[in-house]
Design a protein around this ligand. Structure first.
Ligand code: BMA
Length: 868
């Protein structure tokens, strides 16, 4: 945890800026905005970046849509057009500069932009950045910038009605809840985050707004428009820097200087020309330090600074540079593994998670949220995040933090669970969006893979959409829909990745970022097979299959699988009231968007646990259930690393408060799942599986070096009497190896007479220290005879380190010990099992503002025994 806190502070105080140029004036236009509903005459203060729903909330016009059932009261907002207006001043010095550009990094979505009543831009894609030359329109003194945002629903309906066929779209578009005419699912017509239209873990709140920064950029003479770094390395690294310079003067006397970690490594004269010029500079690094994913080594990042200077002016730009190779290796089904990532030449078992946007109202997500969430992922031993295709291409901060934490990024293009239009306007819009974002993100060391879409292929070929289109429309229409799919995902997007790929420049460099057309798929255009490619396994949850099936449903790369839980009680209290404390209350049903949600949690819970004794216990036990299930999956994937090289569960986080598959709730509270994932993703784990009722014990290592340790297995009665130390064995594993180290035949197992009163404990030690452990229960918890654990704790306040240490013990075995208190922060551990008579230390981290007395008085501990 400490390492991540340190990184957190470094980020807080040194926000890296990608392009900061002294001769270039860059001014954010983020103050003095007002907004109105079009054709009303009342203006209200507005926030930019922001969105209409949050502005309406701030002005007291709507209530918080997250609270109870309020979401349904604000469905009118997306049917209206909105106007945002800003009056900004320019002074004499500024207006004198030769070039002026307005940069819009995010307009959501159908925007007409006027500067001093002259239309300067019409945009229709929230994922794009628009740069507009405003020199002819900018005035000295007052300038009025007005942005008219048309209703995305009205526009969507217009486009929908123009088509003479129906494009299949999943029910995640909650058109009915959105009170859309004819319940038409219009999300695919608009290049806007699909999850705004609803998803099975989120509300339907279709926003409009200026969701990313707006800046006025003014400059004289020249500027660095862009720069890209390419490299190749072994014992020496050869670096080439491609700079695009834009100049409005011709002077022979400019110099281009490159500094690496503050030392000059390149200095050369350059002749500027009017307009754009490209310049390539080269330098070498002796004994280069490499960048590694989390858990495999250091995330070394060089600091590259570029200066363009002449006697009068100076333009600056900088970038972080991590030296690494990342490649996706795809092979045929006769080979194993056949779908895996190699970093710096070594195969990497991918441990990670799927990410969705952190809020339905995107501008509310701030730097701190990125740091906390991504640090939590790295802290849980992850090395990859999949940015799922129904959200957005994330903010640069997201990728910068991933670079620093060693989190590789699997980046979907923004297409999910739908087929899409194929007209030329749509395709060109998407192509430009892909270029914008590919170029922006390729500068990041963390980028590992670009993927065309999420589940569009699966929907068409496996969920039956193709057949329905043939039946309900015609073969010709089905062919057209597939043709449009093929054009977009097999031609346009891979071409962007190819054309703008750093490898495809003047020299063959080896920093790859690959393209995979659809997740899941076996190969291009071929649905998932479990033999090649990646899979989304949803037999558990959607198919109601038992958790044990995670042990056998294993493919070369598990890019999705998951199970839901509820938020903890303190989070519930933020969005609901005490009258809602029933799983089937209107509020609980409304904050559950999976069509089979609460009943499915209840069904799985009844397989494993006794009926929770109250609502609070239900919430808590749902988290234990989810954590146990997903841990089964992670361990199974890791044990089978000979064939399976990746495990990304669904999902890391939430965009609103409610039931979902997340391991961290909307308020940042770690669920039981996240604590358990941290253990399951440790570099070396002990694990088990019953095969034909024989117990197989395995050890899995992701270490680059060999592992030597010792396994101990004991039979422990719940009351702690007569612990039987049953097996002890030395283990030696080769680098990256997973191996079954012991099989205990079923004939040996009955030695443990009383299956209701004892459990088997697997412990893995390295140099005498426990590094991983696992409890095996012989029956479902509901059939075990667990007594009151009689948990006790002692609290020690550590003011210096802002924490409270709890020393916890129990007389009898305790399952899922859950600490709650008023602290806003998470704990060093939680939801853990404790052996009878053992001591466990847990730290509660406090933030600067938290009062330790208050926290101490609010501490409560419970375990499964208290909940049923
Ligand atoms: C996956 C995702 C999402 C969805 C999740 C849970 O397949 O791609 O579309 O939210 O399942 O159903």
């Amino acid at each position: 945890m400490q390492k991540f806190l340190l990184i957190y502070f470094i980020f807080l105080f040194s926000l890296p800026i990608l392009l900061s140029q002294s001769s270039v004036l860059e001014r954010k236009l983020h103050t003095n905005w007002t907004f109105q509903e079009k054709n009303s005459n009342k203006w209200f203060p507005a926030a930019v970046p922001g969105c209409v729903h949050t502005d309406l909330m701030t002005n007291g016009i709507i209530e918080d849509p997250f609270y109870r059932l309020n979401e349904s009261k604000v469905q009118w907002v997306d049917k209206k057009d909105w106007i945002y207006q800003n009056i900004f001043e320019t002074n004499e010095d500024e207006i004198e500069l030769q070039n002026h550009e307005l940069r819009f990094e995010g307009l959501d979505t159908y925007a007409k932009v006027y500067l001093n009543d002259i239309i300067i831009l019409e945009s229709n894609n929230m994922h794009r950045t628009y740069n507009v030359d405003v020199k002819p329109f900018l005035k000295k003194g007052k300038n009025t910038l007005r942005i008219v945002l048309e209703s995305p629903i009205k526009k969507g309906l217009e486009l929908y009605n123009l088509l003479d066929y129906t494009i299949p779209v999943s029910a995640n578009d909650q058109a009915e809840r959105g009170e859309v005419e004819g319940e038409k699912r219009v999300n695919v017509f608009t290049r806007k985050a699909a999850y705004h239209y609803g998803w099975d873990w989120g509300p339907r709140l279709v926003t409009s707004g200026i969701w990313r920064p707006v800046s006025l950029i003014s400059w004289n003479d020249f500027r660095i428009k862009d720069f890209n770094i390419k490299y190749t390395f072994d014992s020496l690294a050869y670096i080439s820097v491609n700079t695009t310079i834009e100049s409005s003067i011709k002077t022979p006397n400019a110099n281009i200087i490159i500094k690496l970690n503050e030392s000059i490594v390149y200095n050369s004269q350059l002749n500027l020309v009017l307009g754009e010029k490209k310049h390539v500079s080269y330098f070498k690094i002796d004994n280069p330090k490499l960048w590694w994913p989390n858990g495999m080594g250091e995330q070394y990042l060089y600091d590259v600074k570029l200066e363009l200077v002449n006697k009068k002016d100076k333009a600056l730009a900088n970038q972080k540079l991590g030296l690494r190779t990342i490649a996706l290796e795809v092979k045929d089904s006769t080979q194993a593994p056949n779908f895996f990532f190699k970093v710096n030449g070594l195969p990497v078992f991918v441990k990670g998670v799927n990410y969705i946007p952190q809020d339905i109202f995107l501008p509310r997500v701030i730097n701190n949220d990125y740091i906390k969430l991504l640090s939590a992922a790295a802290d849980a031993n992850m090395n990859m995040i999949r940015v799922w295709g129904g959200g957005v291409y994330e903010d640069d901060r997201f990728y910068e933090i991933c670079d620093s934490l060693g989190l590789m990024v699997w980046q979907d293009f923004m297409f999910a669970c739908a087929m899409y239009p194929g007209d030329s306007n749509f395709l060109e819009n998407v192509r430009l969006e892909a270029i914008d974002n590919y170029n922006r993100l390729k500068k990041h060391t963390c980028m590992a893979l670009w993927c065309g879409n999420n589940e569009n292929l699966a929907a068409w070929k496996r969920w039956g959409w193709e057949n329905t289109a043939i039946k309900e429309q015609s073969q010709e229409i089905a062919d057209k829909i597939w043709h449009d799919y093929d054009t977009l995902f097999h031609h346009i997007l891979p071409k962007v990745v190819y054309d703008y790929h750093p490898e495809h420049g003047d020299i063959k460099y080896n920093i790859g970022t690959d393209y995979w057309a659809s997740s899941p798929s076996a190969a291009e255009g071929i649905p998932e097979s479990y033999k090649t490619g990646d899979t989304h396994y949803w037999g558990v949850w959607w198919g109601k299959e038992p958790f044990e099936n995670f042990n056998s449903k294993i493919s070369p790369f598990m890019s999705e699988y998951g199970f839901q839980s509820f938020t903890e009680f303190s989070s519930f209290q933020n969005f609901a009231s005490l009258e809602d404390t029933n799983m089937y209350s209107e509020v609980m049903k409304s904050h559950q968007r999976s069509s089979i949600g609460n009943a499915t949690i209840e069904e799985y819970m009844s397989r494993e646990f006794k009926k929770p004794k109250n609502f609070e216990s239900l919430l808590y036990i749902s988290q234990i259930l989810q954590a146990d299930g997903i841990r089964t999956a992670i361990e199974a994937h890791r044990r089978n690393k000979a064939t399976c090289m990746g495990s990304l569960y669904w999902q890391l986080n939430d965009c609103w408060p409610g039931a979902s598959w997340s391991g961290i709730d909307y308020y940042g509270k770690w669920k039981a799942l996240h604590y358990n994932v941290k253990n399951a993703f440790k570099p070396v784990i002990i694990s088990h599986e019953f095969i034909d009722s024989n117990l197989q014990v395995s050890v899995v290592s992701d270490l680059k070096e060999a592992f030597n340790g010792e396994v101990e297995i004991s039979l422990i009665p719940f009351n702690g009497d007569l612990i039987i130390q049953a097996w002890k064995q030395q283990v030696s594993l080769k680098p990256f190896e997973a191996s079954t180290i012991l099989t205990i035949f079923k004939s040996e197992l009955p030695k443990f007479k009383n299956k209701k009163q004892s459990y088997l404990k697997l412990v893995l030690k390295e140099k005498g220290k426990i590094i991983s452990s696992k409890n095996i229960y012989f029956l479902p918890f509901k059939d075990l005879e667990i007594a009151n654990p009689e948990i006790e704790y002692k609290a020690i306040v550590n003011k210096k380190d802002h924490k409270i240490d709890l020393i916890i013990t129990c007389k009898n075995f305790a399952k899922g010990i859950n600490i709650t208190c008023n602290s806003k922060e998470n704990f060093s551990d939680n939801f853990f099992d404790l052996d009878p008579g053992q001591l466990k230390k847990v730290s509660i981290y406090l933030n600067e503002k938290e009062n330790s007395e208050e926290i101490l008085n609010s501490i409560k501990l419970k375990s499964l025994w208290d909940g049923v």
